[in-house]
Write a protein that binds this ligand. Structure first.
Ligand code: ZN
Ligand code: ZN
Ligand code: FE
Length: 749
């Protein structure tokens, strides 16, 4: 007897060759009916014997194409309606769109092979793609996902492409982004002023010439402009640094392939998997500059033994890297405090003074996406910057009802990203950046409107940080919807819980640079007990005054003076004076006795700065997190270092005995690496101590401080050894880039 089945498949199933897969599966089983993209996912009407329908449903889950992720399959059986053949139907538009939006996918191995095959009709076509790869989020204008809803609609398929699109046996069957030299976007090279320098056939050779001779090329990549330069050339790297007004922060590199990556850095199994993944992120590798065979310019990552390395993510990258064969600096196309630029006009006006040549094309980028950054912590991937290849990230919220109203979360002030939540899931958008310039503000406000619109939801509430001065909070207040203000460190803890799919109870360890607490105090060394419907601060670091307030964030010496004074009083000030850190009459210390006006903080981030300064590793200014990174990187080799004394008169974690000891050791000339190792060990021991007195088994490590691998790994070891279950971040960044996810959670629980 024949049956009819109406099937809805939810998850990441649009734009991954899912309908062609359904078509082939159904045809192979002799079913009739059809498949279409709907607003709620992929809809299938299938008719056949009960046995074949069951087999179909089974294989639907087990044989789905690589990038697809099925969340849910809903089936309604009914009486047979008759009919023959199986079809792929046009998309259905609708009010509430709950299908997932797919991230951009790096060129797949099949397409790379065709790209370099002189016999293939897409030989050297920079915009090659198929159902399994190509741009997605960066070119989507609206859902459901098909060509008419992307910026590929400007390039009608030619006859040959049309034939592949219609052929169920072809890898490009119903692939929305396909193109060829005949019908696809055209590449062109412009000079620094935006004048034509070369057409489609010669643009890549021109760019290669510029790069070989030490010049800078601005390339229109997948999610925005990238600035490229020869990574082996000191002058080229130096020019790029001057142009971008970025004196020291490490640059990422692009290399031709995995083997090239392994010449520059240590590539383990996890790292190799990440480098070659469809997300193709920047992966932080422990560098081996000395024996690499390629001398990378010292200016690429000054003072840091790690290199951020990525492989080509698009046809254009592959062609350029094949031409050059050497590593390139590949950094976001922007200057200090600006967002990544996506249009030719912006790029020429903003980057014209930096770049010698522009490599551009006529396919518009719909939304900006930086390159993502990932590191490996305790053997697992951890996303530090969520952007191209990962955004928008769907996350199932643990312990949340199916029918949640739509919520928008606007994130924090630095490393901003926004998120939407509806039903049981939240979707974290791409890294927007630090909201410190008018241009970044514009980019942020665009993201605030874009994300809900793309998912077809009208948020009923807005979730934001407690901090009244964050640009994101100010914008949220003007949206005319009920506001939910989620405390900064609670948002960090909830983000970590969402990342790990954990319901309460959880002891959250939220350590970072600064976040506003409910009492108006700036915090950063928090222990929160998250229970069902209740969040409680159960412990915190002993507070200290930060000389000069916020400005201390980029001046480790000021943090050091703050903790020295707190731990040792006037003796601490004398300690700093012996180092020449201050003199009577210095403007920033003149107010020392009137220090009551300086803000108090519990910040572990500033404690890291202070210890970096005490050891002499870094006293001067730099980029955010630099001092802590240098401290972390000094420690390896001192594994059996032991711990410093500390007290836990709950709820206070008292670090003052530790600082007194560190000051004494530093004065006696103890190696900075040894002090650093002991400092890390002590912090891990403090967490174990607090966990023991709170008595909660699951401990979530979150906040910017847990970007520190050494700290995370020591804590994971220590907690596991003491019988606790440590969890940390994997998909959602531990830094403020993950706040929006936690804010969504905070507004529905
Ligand atoms: Zn492909
Ligand atoms: Zn074509
Ligand atoms: Fe934070």
């Amino acid at each position: 007897m024949k049956l009819h089945a109406s099937i809805t498949v939810q998850g990441a199933v649009q734009g991954v060759g899912f309908r062609p897969f359904v078509f082939r599966l159904a045809t192979g089983l002799g079913l009739c009916g059809g498949v279409r993209n709907g607003p709620g996912g992929v809809l299938i009407e299938a008719e056949g014997s009960e046995e074949n329908l069951q087999r179909f449903l089974e294989r639907l889950r087990t044989e789905a194409p690589g990038p697809a992720r099925i969340r849910d399959v809903e089936v309604r059986f009914g009486e047979a309606r008759g009919g023959h053949g199986f079809e792929v139907w046009e998309s259905e538009a609708g009010a509430r769109r709950t299908a997932w939006v797919l991230p951009d996918l790096a060129t797949c191995p099949d397409c790379v092979r065709e790209l370099f095959d002189p016999q293939d009709r897409r030989f050297r076509h920079p915009f090659i793609s198929c159902a399994h790869c190509g741009p997605r989020y960066s070119i989507v204008e609206r859902m459901p996902y098909d060509r008419a809803g992307t910026s590929m609609r400007l390039f009608p398929l030619c006859r040959d492409c049309g034939r592949e699109y219609a052929d169920p046996g072809d890898r490009r069957f119903h692939a929305q982004t396909i193109a060829c030299p005949e019908c696809g976007p055209k590449l062109v090279a412009w000079d620094a002023g935006g004048g034509q320098a070369g057409g489609d056939g010669e643009a890549i050779a021109l760019a290669a010439d510029v790069l070989r001779s030490g010049g800078v090329v601005a390339l229109k990549g997948i999610g925005g402009f990238q600035l490229l330069a020869d990574a082996r050339s000191d002058e080229a790297v130096e020019r790029l640094r001057r142009g971008k007004q970025r004196p020291e922060k490490p640059f990422a590199l692009m290399v031709p392939d995995l083997a090239a990556a392994a010449r520059l850095g240590e590539v383990g199994g996890v790292e190799a998997g990440l480098l070659a993944s469809a997300a193709a992120p920047i992966v932080l590798l422990r560098g081996r500059r000395a024996d690499g065979g390629w001398a990378i310019a010292a200016g690429v990552a000054p003072g840091i033994p790690w290199l951020g390395i990525m492989l080509p993510a698009a046809g254009l990258h592959h062609l350029l890297m094949a031409e050059l064969g050497f590593p390139l600096v590949a950094t976001s196309g922007n200057r200090l405090e600006e967002p990544i630029w996506i249009s030719e006009a912006e790029a020429v006006s903003r980057l014209g003074a930096i770049a010698d040549l522009f490599l551009v094309h006529d396919r518009p980028i719909v939304r900006p996406l930086d390159d993502s950054v990932v590191q490996v912590v305790a053997g697992r991937a951890q996303v530090l910057r969520l952007a191209r290849g990962y955004a928008p990230l769907p996350v199932e919220m643990p312990g949340v009802e199916e029918d949640q109203d739509p919520v928008l979360a606007v994130g924090g002030h630095l490393k901003n990203a926004v998120a939407v939540g509806f039903g049981r899931s939240l979707h974290l958008g791409a890294h927007v950046g630090d909201l410190v310039s008018p241009e970044a503000g514009t980019s942020f406000r665009r993201a605030v409107h874009d994300l809900p619109e793309l998912f077809g939801v009208e948020p009923e509430r807005t979730a934001c940080d407690l901090h009244p001065d964050y640009h994101s909070t100010l914008v949220a207040e003007r949206l005319n919807r009920p506001l939910v203000r989620v405390p900064h460190h609670r948002a960090h803890v909830l983000a970590c819980m969402a990342d790990n799919g954990l319901p309460p109870p959880v002891l959250g360890v939220a350590w970072d640079g600064a976040g506003l607490g409910e009492d108006g105090v700036i915090r950063g060394g928090e222990f929160l007990l998250e229970e069902r419907g209740n969040s409680r601060r159960v412990a915190h670091f002993h507070p200290f005054r930060l000389p000069g307030g916020e400005a201390a964030a980029s001046r480790p010496v000021r943090s050091a003076m703050g903790v020295l004074f707190e731990a040792m009083g006037r003796d601490g000030l004398a300690w700093g004076a012996r180092r020449g850190w201050w003199e009577e009459g210095d403007p920033w210390v003149r107010a020392w006795d009137g220090r009551a006006s300086w803000p108090v903080t519990t910040s572990v981030g500033r404690l890291f700065d202070a210890v970096a300064a005490l050891t002499g590793l870094r006293t001067g200014t730099g980029y955010e997190g630099q001092a802590a990174m240098e401290l972390e990187n000094a420690a390896p080799g001192f594994r059996e270092a032991g711990c410093y004394p500390h007290d836990l008169p709950m709820p206070v974690v008292d670090w003052r005995p530790m600082i007194r000891e560190i000051a004494a050791e530093a004065a006696a000339g103890v190696a900075p690496g040894l002090i650093s190792a002991r400092f890390h060990n002590t912090l891990a021991r403090m967490i174990v101590g607090v966990a023991q007195s709170v008595g909660c088994t699951v401990v979530a490590l979150t906040g910017g401080c847990f970007q520190n691998r050494l700290l995370t790994e020591r804590c994971v070891e220590g907690l596991s050894g003491a019988g606790f279950r440590p969890v940390w971040h994997h998909r959602i960044p531990p830094n403020d880039g993950g706040l929006a996810a936690g804010q969504i959670m905070g507004s529905v629980t």
